[in-house]
Write a protein that binds this ligand. Structure first.
Ligand code: S3P
Length: 175
């Protein structure tokens, strides 16, 4: 393997609804590696929910907390790391991800049919950015983020109409 570093075996990025958490958990289960989801870790650290953090502190503050958490996880989380959809859009987070990748780290971008991802994303109440015109917002974010996801990733995995285990096996084959 090209891995010269400690840190995650794979970092999973992609839009809300792409299946980052589901597939990350499945891979973690199959390979018996620890799983970390940046949103869950932030909620645990702050003792409150993501929507409450957005409401009380605002998105900028959330991105700062998220960035610090991810920078640390890239150094010392030895397992699967799944990121909140918007994390790579923050410059400092993106630079940390580029460093991780350029040192031999694996970044997997999960993508699917937009309708399918949107459908899954809108089913959850836990996504403060998607209140209001949720479909319009989701599509705008997808347009903004896609080039960044593509630039960062060493591998793109389609989760289109597939059970989590299918995506998990594709990802394991790339590890
Ligand atoms: C966000 C996605 C969420 C969470 C926060 C912001 C985004 O994670 O980090 O609500 O900017 O797209 P998921 O991708 O797991 O929904």
């Amino acid at each position: 393997s090209k891995r010269k570093h400690r840190g995650p075996r794979v970092v999973i990025i992609g839009m809300p609804g792409a299946g980052k958490t589901r597939i990350g958990k499945e891979v973690s289960h199959l390979l018996k590696l620890p799983f970390m989801d940046s949103d869950v870790a932030i909620e645990r650290q702050e003792g409150t929910s993501i929507p409450a953090i957005f409401e009380d502190l605002g998105e900028d503050e959330f991105r700062g907390i998220e960035c610090d958490l991810i920078v640390n996880a890239l150094l010392d989380h030895e397992g699967i790391l799944s990121l909140g959809g918007g994390a790579p859009m923050q410059r400092r987070t993106r630079q940390a991800l580029e460093r991780y990748r350029d040192n031999g780290g694996l970044i997997a971008y999960l993508d699917a049919d937009p309708e399918e991802m949107m459908e899954r994303a809108l089913r959850s109440q836990n996504r403060p950015l998607l209140s209001g015109d949720a479909r319009g917002t989701w599509l705008r974010l997808y347009d903004e983020r896609r080039p960044v996801f593509e630039q960062l990733a060493n591998i793109v995995i389609s989760t289109h109409r597939a059970a989590p285990s299918v995506g998990a096996h594709k990802l394991i084959n790339a590890m």
